[in-house]
Design a protein around this ligand. Structure first.
Ligand SMILES: C[S@@+](CC[C@H](N)C(=O)[O-])C[C@H]1O[C@@H](n2cnc3c(N)ncnc32)[C@H](O)[C@@H]1O
Ligand SMILES: [Zn+2]
Length: 330
């Protein structure tokens, strides 16, 4: 933790300032110590350089979600330059230039790949939060960036005042027990005139996931011993998904684009065909490990932006299987 993070955080219970005690520093980072609320005296530890600003009682489903993603991001901790374009596709129409000098919140940062991109887009400060132990990976992946801060925190209990110029949440809200509640919690810390981007799974076109894959994910794979699940995900990738996208979808799309549009789930499968084996394997594990996943209709997603009274709302299809939205706080 960099000491100037104190300017941006507050007690998640009484919203008062936090003070540092018992700190041990390594270069610019406070590697251990405590954050103590100056009013209610609650104490939050800093462990391995990361402030752990978590509420006392996390529901069981949140704990299970955090365990799953903590495992999956530790297994796939790498950063690949291709993440930059992927990130921009998820937050489109926001572009790189938009980040310059903004105070940014990455809500559910996972291994911190988008914090890493935001730092390159010259944001003023980027604060990445995640509920899971993935924060350990995010911290290491961004250790070299002077303007990235990683915190272990819960989207429903944010340790911030209203201050952010831009908030993005990529692939997170549909894994919350109440996705709309999570979105509205983020709005509370968005500055007036600030922007928010979210990307969520769509219900439309995903009937095969909803009716076939979801029951398997919910009842079997998310509960499987992790090592077994990893081996299963590897096999699915190696024997089915990887050859399918690399040797069927990719060549057909490149050589016969008119024919490709008749292929099942083509937009998405062609999109991921540019990824390497490791990232496709990571997507498979990511889908099978999550205990909670909602698939949202366009109207439901639009409703969040209306409830939050956001202006200039733009909702777009992403690969014809998910929704991305942008809104400005008025
Ligand atoms: C599919 S991952 C996406 C990570 C990252 N946004 C990315 O695209 O690389 C979903 C992330 O949301 C986090 N998450 C789930 N529930 C959360 C909550 N209540 N508060 C904060 N993060 C949460 C998980 O731990 C996980 O890292
Ligand atoms: Zn307090």
């Amino acid at each position: 933790m960099k000491s100037r993070l104190l300017d941006y955080i507050e007690c998640l219970y009484c919203h008062s300032s936090l003070n540092l005690t018992d700190i041990v520093k390594e270069d610019q980072e406070i590697m251990s110590g405590n954050l103590v609320c100056e009013k209610c005296q609650r104490k939050f530890p800093i462990i391995n350089g990361i402030p752990r600003l978590l509420p006392d009682n996390l529901s069981l489903d949140k704990q299970e979600t955090a365990l799953g993603f903590g495992y999956s991001w530790k297994a796939f901790s790498h950063i690949d330059p291709i993440y930059e374009q992927q990130f921009l596709d998820w937050i489109k129409p926001v572009n790189k230039e938009f980040f310059k000098d903004k105070l940014i919140l990455d809500a559910g940062c996972g291994k911190g790949r988008h914090c890493w991109c935001s730092a390159r887009f010259e944001a003023k400060e980027i604060i990445g939060i995640d509920l899971s132990e993935a924060v350990e990976v995010a911290f290491l992946n961004n250790r070299q960036s002077a303007n990235v801060h990683i915190i272990q925190a819960d989207i429903y209990n944010l340790p911030f005042p209203k201050q952010f110029d831009y908030i993005y949440s990529v692939g997170v809200l549909h894994h919350l027990p109440d996705p709309k509640g999570g979105f509205l919690s983020l709005i509370k810390v968005l500055n007036q005139g600030g922007a928010i981007s979210a990307w969520v799974y769509g219900r439309e076109n995903n009937w095969w996931i909803i009716y076939f894959l979801n029951p398997i994910r919910k009842n079997i794979t998310s509960k499987m011993p992790r090592v077994l699940l990893q081996a299963f995900s590897w096999s699915l990738t190696f024997f089915i998904l990887y050859p399918l996208v690399k040797f069927i979808y990719r060549p057909i799309n490149l050589l016969f684009p008119n024919l490709a549009k008749y292929l099942f789930y083509n937009d998405y499968l062609f999109y991921i065909s540019k990824l390497n084996f490791r990232d496709i394997y990571s997507i498979v594990l990511d889908h099978l490990i999550a205990p909670t996943a909602f698939y949202l209709r366009q109207e439901e997603f639009e409703e969040w932006f209306k409830l939050a009274k956001l202006g200039k709302v733009e909702i777009n299809w992403h690969n014809r299987n998910s929704w991305k939205g942008l809104g400005i706080s008025s």
